[in-house]
Structures are given as structure tokens and as C-alpha cells.
Design a protein around this ligand. Structure first.
Ligand code: ATP
Length: 368
């Protein structure tokens, strides 16, 4: 499933050169983006980068100042919110407290004056989809937070929108329930085939649920790609730092055979990195290294890319341990070990003299 790689695939949503200004403030600038049918698309970025504005423009609560937004080939900018095949699920769920689960789900359908047996059949289908049949007669305060979230989901899917917008849909749930619900959400999205666009502050959540992620900054898209591309091949220092943990080393690149050699600090050995970037000799660059790619050794290994340092911090998480290794020049390298052995042979402790290394295709070379 990768319609974005197929030049013949037609996007469901098209932002074309969209700019949104509030007075003199530009919230979204010249943004172009395609989202495809059946995608679970995540918008990620720091507070104020314009995620909610994007959602509100899709829902029809805001108009773009310039540019167009298409849904299934039709320009929807002038279409009022209630006439768009778009629904939005809010973090607060906004369930009616005096209505039962069943009536909450039926609410939108009844308002459309659909025949009663049609409404009933659809509501049953939705109850089944979110596995809430046993709770159909309860009121919102008689069910759990996770169940309320499913009622809200069922209600927003009842009218079979082409696009469902989810604004921090799991924000009210605790971590464990949240993680379970992410899988339910993916399951329901797959079953209904509806396109989901989600805004979340939780990067792991975006990585888990999304087919693609757009990382935003100051009203612009920094990178739009699959979770693994974003993680393994970030296109910039910003994206590398935004998702997951990373060590960034700044230096100057020189082409050396099929890789680059990066000189990055006086007295430290140069580092090798494979890259498809085309950098001039001596170009400023950054090396981004994920902690789980870094190996720690108690004795100096004979490989390339070896740096010597001292363990100054350890974070034990049960399954993994995170180490901060400080080099002689003060640079800290983050490294992570899986604690696979009961007597972790690879465990190190504070002040241990260690060597860290990684293979040359494990560091990502960046030019901005
Ligand atoms: P958060 O994660 O905090 O919800 P966000 O990425 O969703 O942030 P938006 O709500 O889209 O950010 O806001 C983008 C920018 O536009 C912000 O700087 C915000 O202050 C500004 N903005 C949003 N709505 C308005 C408005 N109605 N009038 C003026 N400025 C606005």
C-alpha cells in the first residue's frame, strides 16, 4: 500500500500552494501536499506550526487566503463544512451526556432524516465495528474513557465520510490504553477504508499509526514520508531531531571513494558516512546518529568510526539501557543497548572507559 509512489494514483486531498494568513501573520505558507485514499496520514510538528489550521481548512472552518484545496478532484474551498464529505473527531469527544451510546452514534444520521431501519442498521454496524454492542444502552458516564473514545469514533464514521480528521484523538487516555487504542484505530481505519488525517503531539503515536507523516515547521512542510523513511533518512537536522533520539555532530565533508569522510573535531578521528548527497569538498555538514546504531565496547574494536569516551549517564528502561558517553572534547554520544541477557554482559557503569562505534551506513549525512 503506497499510492504516493504511483504516478497514476489520484490523490483524495490536494493542497495546492495554500497560504493562510491571520491578519499580517502567516500561519501556512505556499503549502502543497497530496494525501491519498485509504491513507492514515499524520501531521506532526511543534506547537504553533500550523497543524490545527490545516485540519480546520480541510473541515471548512477556515478558508485559505491563497491557493486551493481539492477533495476527490473537487475544489472544496467554497463548500460549507456540513456539505463536505469530511468529519472531525475532537479530543473532548463532545458526546451528548443524556443520550445513550446508540443514540449518540445515531445522532447525525437521524438529523439527515434517513429512514429508521436504515439508521438502525448503520448504527448496529458501527457498534459492531467498535465492539460496543454490549454497551449500546449505556450513557457516556457509564462507560470507560477508552469506550467513550470508541463511541466518538463510531459517531464520526456513521455517515461514511471520505475523510476523517482526528485532533489528538487519544490525548485523554493513559499511556497503556493509548497504545492499545492506536492498534484499534488502525484496525478500524483499515476496515472502513476511510482516509484518516491525525494531529498528534505524540511522535511515537504518529510513527505507529501513520502510513505517512508530514513534519511541519513554521507553516511549511519539512518532510513528507513514511515513518521509517522519516526515522532512517531524515532530510534535515530539524526532522532528525524531531523524531526519536539522535546525536548530531557538525563537521566538514570530503568525498572518499563511495562515502564521505567527515572531520568534525580537533583531536577526534574523522568519521565515515555513506550518502547520496552531492557535497562539495569541505562543505559544512552534520552527521545524525541514532543511539541504537551505536555499539559500546569495553575494549577498543578494530573497526572504523571508533570514538573513545567515558560513561556519564545511564538510563535503564528494562528492555533497553541508554548511555551517554562523553568524549575528551566534551561531545556526548548517545548509545542504546538492548538488555537481552539476564546477566547483561554488555552492561556498563558510570565512569567506565568505553569505545563507541557504528558502521558507515548507519550515520545519516545532512547538509542543513
Ligand atoms: P498546537 O499544537 O499548539 O495546537 P498548531 O500546530 O495546531 O499548534 P495552529 O493552531 O494551526 O498551530 O496555529 C498556527 C499559528 O497560527 C499559531 O501561531 C497561531 O497563533 C496562529 N493562529 C491560529 N489561529 C489564529 C487566529 N484565528 N487568529 C490569529 N492567529 C491564529
Amino acid at each position: 500500500f503506497a499510492p504516493w509512489t504511483d504516478p497514476a494514483a489520484k490523490p483524495l486531498i490536494r493542497f495546492k500552494n495554500v497560504t493562510k494568513r491571520f491578519g499580517t501573520f502567516t500561519a501556512i505558507e505556499e503549502l502543497t501536499l497530496d494525501i491519498y485514499e485509504r491513507e492514515f496520514f499524520a501531521l506532526l510538528g511543534p506547537s504553533g506550526c500550523g497543524k490545527t489550521t490545516m485540519m480546520r481548512m480541510l473541515a471548512g472552518f477556515e478558508d485559505p487566503t491563497e491557493g486551493s484545496i481539492e477533495l476527490a478532484g473537487e475544489d472544496i474551498v467554497k463548500v460549507p463544512p456540513n456539505q463536505r464529505a469530511v468529519n472531525m473527531m475532537f479530543q473532548s469527544y463532545a458526546l451528548f451526556p443524556h443520550l445513550t451510546v446508540r443514540d449518540n452514534i445515531a445522532f447525525g444520521l437521524k438529523r439527515e432524516r434517513k429512514p429508521r431501519d436504515e439508521v438502525d442498521a448503520r448504527v448496529e454496524e458501527m457498534l459492531r465495528l467498535v465492539q460496543l454492542q454490549p454497551f449500546a444502552s449505556r450513557k457516556p458516564h457509564q462507560i470507560s474513557g477508552g469506550q467513550r473514545q470508541r463511541v466518538a469514533l463510531a459517531r464520526s464514521l456513521a455517515k461514511a465520510p471520505k475523510l476523517l480528521l482526528l485532533d489528538e484523538p487519544l490525548g485523554a487516555l493513559d499511556k497503556k490504553l493509548r497504545e492499545e487504542t492506536q492498534f484499534e484505530l488502525m484496525d478500524i481505519q483499515e476496515k472502513t477504508g476511510t482516509t484518516f488525517v491525525i494531529v498528534t503531539h505524540d511522535q511515537e503515536e504518529a510513527m505507529t499509526v501513520a502510513s505517512r507523516i508530514a513534519v511541519m515547521k513554521d507553516g511549511a512542510l519539512m518532510q513528507v514520508a513514511t515513518p521509517s523513511q522519516i526515522y532512517e533518512n531524515p532530510n534535515s537536522r530539524y526532522v532528525a531531531g524531531f523524531i526519536g533520539d539522535v546525536t548530531i555532530l557538525e563537521g566538514k565533508a570530503t568525498k572518499l571513494g563511495d562515502a564521505y569522510e567527515v572531520r568534525w573535531a580537533e583531536g577526534q578521528p574523522p568519521l565515515r558516512a555513506k550518502s547520496t548527497l552531492d557535497l562539495a569538498d569541505g562543505a559544512e555538514c552534520q552527521l545524525a546518529i541514532r543511539p541504537e546504531k551505536v555499539e559500546i565496547h569495553g575494549e577498543k574494536p578494530s573497526d572504523d568510526n571508533v570514538l573513545q569516551g567515558k560513561v556519564i549517564d545511564i538510563g535503564y528502561l528494562g528492555n533497553i539501557s541508554t548511555y551517554h558517553v562523553e568524549l575528551a572534547n566534551g561531545q556526548i554520544i548517545r548509545a542504546q543497548n538492548f538488555n537481552t541477557e539476564r546477566d547483561t554482559r554488555r552492561a556498563f557503569t558510570w565512569d567506565d572507559n568505553v569505545w563507541v562505534n557504528w558502521t558507515e551506513n548507519c550515520a545519516v549525512l545532512l547538509d542543513h
